[in-house]
Write a protein of this length. Structure first.
Length: 115
């Protein structure tokens, strides 16, 4: 399974970025997609997820600022990140889970927010 992400970069605080990811090569149906992130010296944590059934979750620190969307017919997922803050600086990983609960992550894309 391959996860190809794009859209990271460096922006100033308060600006926006859009992360996009396409999942390909899965034999089994993709039932969940989303984004995780890992800041320097910290563990990787879930940022947001969306299920094929339409359930959406956000970690508390991004609620009201980030919006996830997904197209399960194309296995694509997007994360619109608005009002970015320096504490959002991290490597962002696209994530997908199959109907058999196998988890996959992309290589990661760097997001850097300067104050």
């Amino acid at each position: 399974v391959q996860l190809q992400a794009s859209g990271g970069g460096m922006v100033q605080s308060g600006r926006s970025l859009l992360l996009s990811c396409t999942v390909s090569g899965s034999t089994y149906r993709i039932d969940d997609m989303g984004w995780h992130r890992q800041a320097p010296g910290k563990r990787r944590d879930v940022v947001s997820s969306i299920s094929r059934g339409g359930n959406i979750n956000y970690t508390d620190s991004v609620k009201g600022r980030f919006t996830i969307s997904g197209d399960f017919s194309k296995n694509t997922v997007h994360l619109q990140m608005d009002n970015l803050k320096p504490e959002d600086t991290a490597v962002y990983y696209c994530w997908a889970r199959t109907m058999l609960y196998d988890n996959f992550w992309g290589r990661g894309t760097q997001v850097t927010v300067s104050s």
